[in-house]
Design a protein around this ligand. Structure first.
Ligand code: PMP
Length: 350
């Protein structure tokens, strides 16, 4: 027997590429094209690096406080992690602990099956319908937990709160996680439902709408019992997850609500304009409520367009996966970046 037989083997998640080129247009990992709130830069410049000598606050108290205040919940209903990937991973470990399979859509965030494999959680995917919609009835079968993004990624489609509530209400014996990474671009959050359903966990991130992917800040809100169990698992794993600068700068971002709305409004306006521009070029897409479009072209294969764009240092995302290999996920950048993209496509598709 070889030691390799006892290795926890897993096929890792493949993140979008992170090229470092000066002149590129990066529309492949749904980052925000605008900087974080101005106060964040101000505070970063003044940061007392003497504090880095000490361990950070393992409870991320100031950030939990700021989020509780902002979302009108109690502090013991908030859990903070190093990006929502950290929160989601911890939630999988904590709540998906049954022999029954957890359920999630077949076309969704491609990290879910990786965490399930990593933690040895059985899972079953439920096919979205032909319009990329979740079929509620799929989530009425016996299961060990449920997770889906709303709006979904990479389709960009938002499901109504009625549908979310129906799924949560029909599954009182398991935890239902709603991944709201993109909710701030026109979605309707399930947060108001956490008071009503103790099995509902709502996960959000600072990586997209708050323009702080580089600081790695995510959080979730739910019933205080859920949050307690999450903290128990987190403190059994690594107490000091979030670094001090992220904690301090995260609080500053939450404070500037005007800037937050200004930024998300700008992205939504660009997205709506892009829907018209891309449709004129022969693309079609589900009606995105996120900061990206999931587009397919009437005649040119997605992979060809992907490669041509890449040659021109315009990066978008292409997934070589069943059902979606003829689609491109295009992050909404600045108006100027999107105009360059459209000009390139106009010429290329001629
Ligand atoms: N959920 C979804 C649906 C996502 O697309 C992403 C971004 N890759 C995440 C969660 C994780 O984002 P982060 O860890 O940066 O918060």
């Amino acid at each position: 027997m070889s030691w390799e037989e006892n290795v926890r083997k897993v096929v890792p998640y493949v993140a979008g590429e992170q090229p470092k080129k000066e002149k590129m247009i990066k529309l492949n990992t749904n980052e925000c094209p605008y900087p974080p709130a101005p106060g964040v830069a101000r505070l970063a410049a003044q940061m007392d690096c003497g504090s880095l000598r000490l361990y950070p606050d393992s409870n991320t108290t100031p950030l939990v406080h700021a989020l509780a205040e902002y979302y009108h919940v109690d502090e013991d209903q908030v859990f903070v992690g190093v990006g929502s990937d950290d929160v989601l991973s911890m939630a999988f470990l904590t709540f998906f602990n049954s022999d029954k399979p957890i359920l999630f859509p077949d076309v969704t965030y491609s990290f879910y099956d990786v965490w399930a494999d990593l933690y040895r959680i059985p899972y079953r995917t439920c096919a979205l319908d032909a319009d990329w919609r979740i079929r509620t009835e799929d989530y009425l079968q016996e299961n060990g937990g449920i997770i889906f993004p709303n709006p979904n990624a990479p389709t960009g489609l938002l499901e109504g709160l009625d549908k979310v509530e129906e799924i949560v209400a029909a599954n009182p014996d398991v935890v239902v996680i709603v991944d709201e990474a993109y909710v701030d671009f026109g979605g309707e959050s399930a947060l108001p439902l956490v008071e009503k359903y103790e099995n509902l966990l709502v996960v959000q991130t600072f990586s997209k709408s708050r323009a702080m992917a580089g600081l790695r800040i995510g959080f979730c809100i739910g019933n205080r019992k859920l949050i307690k169990y999450l903290n128990d698992a987190k403190f059994s794993f690594n107490s000091y997850t979030m670094n001090y600068p992220s904690q301090v700068l995260g609080v500053e971002a939450v404070r500037d609500d005007a800037y937050f709305h200004e930024t998300t409004d700008k992205i939504v306006a660009t997205r709506e304009r892009m829907k018209k521009e891309l449709a004129r070029l022969g693309f079609s897409f589900p009606d995105s409520k996120t900061n990206f479009l999931f587009a397919t072209h009437e005649s040119v294969p997605a992979e060809e367009i992907f490669r041509a764009l890449r040659e021109a240092d315009i990066y978008v995302r292409h997934f070589d996966r069943p059902r979606i290999s003829n689609y491109l996920r295009i992050t909404i950048g600045t108006d100027e970046q999107m105009d360059t993209l459209v000009a390139f496509l106009k010429d290329y598709l001629k």
